[in-house]
Design a binder for this molecule. Structure first.
Ligand code: 5GP
Length: 191
């Protein structure tokens, strides 16, 4: 998506450890007009899939998922991160290794909010090693629901996540795919 690629070129900051900072427009300060365009694009891509729920993971996916859910006219559910080892209650859980922090944490979704008739579109800001998506797709599977696809704002295509998720037969649509990036040369996008 050209609008997004241009914005990443203009305002994205490439840091150490293959981390792209987009906190001036996507995941700290949020440019709602831009994110609304991203949400409209997710809707265009998945509108014929019978989506009944949007699922994301806290915190940075929430804003994007909210606007996307509005286009689909369905609820948005976000998986909560929990530091407690023994999570109580009627919940689905998965372990996720954080790309940005290098730690493992549990994510959980109440069983009340996902059921076997749901067709779920998973939304997230980044796809790197695919750990967040693997956790979310496991939760959907545990609920007996179907993942209709994953809508990603920025895929770092030089990391393995996209390959891992697509090899599972899951449709992944990324609005910007970065082929390579470096502090010297900036981000280069896939065709
Ligand atoms: P994965 O689980 O695919 O390895 O990483 C996805 C998660 O890590 C995303 O939810 C996102 O929050 C975070 N993440 C991964 N790469 C980046 C990055 O380059 N920049 C930022 N800001 N977050 C990232």
């Amino acid at each position: 998506m050209k609008l997004l690629e241009d914005r990443i070129r203009k305002d994205g900051i490439i840091g150490e450890g293959n981390v792209l900072k987009v906190d001036s427009f996507l995941n700290h300060q949020m440019d709602i007009a831009l994110i609304d365009e991203l949400a409209a694009e997710f809707h265009r891509l998945f509108k014929d899939c019978g989506v009944t729920k949007i699922l994301t993971i806290e915190a940075s996916g929430i804003g994007i998922a909210c606007l996307t859910a509005k286009y689909f006219g369905v609820p948005m559910v976000f998986a909560k991160k929990s530091k407690t080892k023994n999570i109580a209650g009627d919940i689905y859980t998965a372990k996720v290794e954080s790309f940005t922090h290098g730690t493992v944490y549990d994510v959980m979704v109440s069983k009340k909010f996902l059921n076997s008739s749901d067709k779920v579109l998973i939304i997230d800001d980044f796809l790197a090693n695919g750990q967040a998506l693997l956790g979310l797709t496991k939760i959907v599977k545990d609920a007996g629901a179907a993942t209709v696809g994953c809508g990603i704002v920025i895929e770092k295509a030089f990391q393995d996540g996209g390959k891992i998720i697509r090899e599972q037969g899951i449709r992944v649509e990324s609005l910007a795919r970065i082929k390579e990036m470096s502090v010297q040369n900036g981000a280069v996008f896939c065709d």
